[in-house]
Write a protein that binds this ligand. Structure first.
Ligand code: ATP
Length: 236
């Protein structure tokens, strides 16, 4: 079953059109990557889905048309967005950030269990639950951002450049945890990632954007084997 389907999605910032017709689909429980150079429109595609940029075309999620809905309405339907730059609340503690993620839920017991799960997934956060998010390292903030999104119990996670600014070993740790989260939770994922090796470690299929259009779509194995992908994203 298809969970998310974009067909011919367009988007503009003022007079400048940056998406010229993006199409992709994410199956229930599936994991799909968006690759492409800087400025190709990857972040804007995620923003189009979560309702923070005006769009044309069609965006269907979980059987309904969500194009034009506000970000809070899209979130309430089960889409959690981990934006580029993480978006954790610096003045709040780690635990409070996780609680904020669960604000639409009422099941107190399950929420407590899910906080424990986050701390098991990201053991680096265990000693920091009372620390302000602003005091965390970049890697810990990224872990917290993913944990906060998980706390909403979404059907779909939008993940934007989770490796940005992190040391390679930290980025790998973060992706390993996200992979585990995917396997254990069944949450579908749409993943923007500059580092194609990390992307391919998490996604089943990916689409490549160029100036706001899909130019190539395939399975991770197919794309990894293509010379143009190797040259552009895998370092030769
Ligand atoms: P990056 O990896 O650099 O974030 P991207 O593929 O995610 O690249 P987008 O961030 O979606 O690309 O940007 C697509 C185009 O839209 C770029 O040319 C960018 O300069 C432009 N753009 C992005 N945000 C805005 C904005 N708020 N106002 C005007 N133009 C914008």
């Amino acid at each position: 079953m298809t969970l998310l389907e974009l067909t011919g999605v367009t988007a503009s910032y003022g007079p400048v059109q940056v998406l010229e017709g993006v199409s992709l689909s994410v199956p229930e429980g599936g994991s799909v990557g968006i690759l492409g150079a800087n400025g190709a429109g990857k972040t804007t595609t995620l923003r189009a889905i979560s309702g923070s940029v005006r769009t044309g075309g069609s965006i269907r999620f979980d059987g309904r048309d969500i194009r034009g809905l506000r970000p809070d309405q899209v979130a309430a339907l089960g889409v959690a967005h981990v934006p580029e730059g993480r978006g954790t609340l610096g003045q709040l503690s780690v635990r409070e950030n996780l609680m904020v993620g669960s604000y639409l839920r009422k099941d107190r017991k399950a929420i407590a269990g899910d906080i424990d799960y986050c701390l098991d997934l990201f053991p680096q956060l265990q000693d920091r639950v009372g620390s302000r998010a602003a005091a965390l390292s970049g890697g810990e903030q990224q872990m917290l951002a993913v944990g906060r999104a998980f706390m909403a119990k979404p059907k779909l996670l939008l993940l934007d450049e989770a490796s940005l600014g992190l040391a390679p070993s930290t980025a790998k740790t973060v992706y390993q945890a996200i992979r585990r989260l995917r396997l254990e939770s069944g949450i579908a994922m749409l993943v923007v990632e500059q580092n194609a090796n990390l992307a391919f470690s998490l996604v089943d299929t990916a689409t490549v954007l160029e100036t706001g259009r899909n130019v190539l779509t395939g399975t991770s194995a197919e794309l990894k084997g293509m010379d143009e992908i190797r040259r552009a994203y895998l370092g030769g």
